[in-house]
Design a protein around this ligand. Structure first.
Ligand code: SF4
Length: 251
């Protein structure tokens, strides 16, 4: 049985997928987002281990909460898709026991496992960082090939997808960029249930001091919640219109 590198566990998570969820934050991420709130989850080394049995055991302990709220288990990170072999086994074991499954990802993983992962996943929280190659590289340390490939692969996914974007003032708070996000996800629009715009904030900054890491976003102001909400509303309206027009075309 495969084991995962584990960062931490949240037993009653409310923001990482539908209902009450047990969230397993897996250790290690190939991106280096300048605003990352969990820089201690980026490194692949030195983590504690998590087995599929432990995942199943914890899920059985919280099953009543899942049933009462439409919740289940979420794998987040770090980047959970980087531990593909473990994810396949853990997701399969959970589905065999009737537990709802969710992945919180930025789309940078091991493509050879995607199809198998999709078979056992009900919901995906998909984080899109930026739409322009150069800005994506600067913001995350990686180009866009990973996210583009993942969106392409998601055309074989039958579950629901919630799109997420951390909006940064001066970097992505533009209608043109929001429209580019909608264009990027056109191939998977029918699976998207909603779009969430998360306003950039500085809550995790002290972790950088503790880890002796530079925080390069020091001078970037926090994003206005009201403005982020207004972008979110417009994005969801545009998504509805896109879905409606696709439905009419295929009728
Ligand atoms: S993808 Fe998430 S965990 Fe990875 S660096 Fe970016 S914010 Fe941090």
């Amino acid at each position: 049985m495969k084991k995962a590198k584990l960062h931490s566990i949240e037993t009653m998570g409310l923001v990482d997928g539908p209902g009450i969820r047990t969230v397993f934050f897996l250790q290690g991420c190939p991106l280096r987002c300048q605003y990352c709130h969990n820089p201690d989850s980026q490194n692949f080394m030195g983590a504690q281990e998590l087995s599929v049995e432990e995942v199943v055991e914890m899920a059985s302990r919280y099953k009543e909460y899942y049933q009462a709220t439409g919740g289940g288990v979420t794998f987040s990170g770090g980047e959970p898709l980087m531990q593909g072999a473990f994810l396949v086994e853990a997701l399969r074991a959970l589905k065999e026991r009737g537990v709802s499954t969710c992945i919180d990802t930025s789309g940078y993983g091991q493509p050879q496992y995607y199809e198998e992962i999709f078979k056992h996943t009900d919901h995906i929280l998909l984080d899109i960082k930026h739409t322009r190659e150069e800005a994506h590289q600067t913001l995350t340390g990686r180009g866009m090939e990973g996210i583009k490939h993942f969106i392409h692969a998601l055309q074989k996914f039958n579950g629901t997808i919630t799109l997420r974007h951390v909006m940064v003032p001066g970097l992505t708070d533009q209608e043109a960029i929001m429209d580019e996000i909608l264009t990027m996800v056109l191939p998977i629009q029918k699976n998207i249930d909603k779009i969430e715009i998360l306003p950039y904030h500085k809550a995790g900054v002290e972790k950088y001091t503790q880890l002796n890491m530079p925080y390069t976003f020091e001078s970037v102001p926090e994003m206005s919640h009201a403005l982020a909400e207004s972008f979110e509303r417009t994005m969801n309206e545009k998504l509805s219109a896109i879905k409606k027009s696709h439905l009419q075309q295929s009728a």
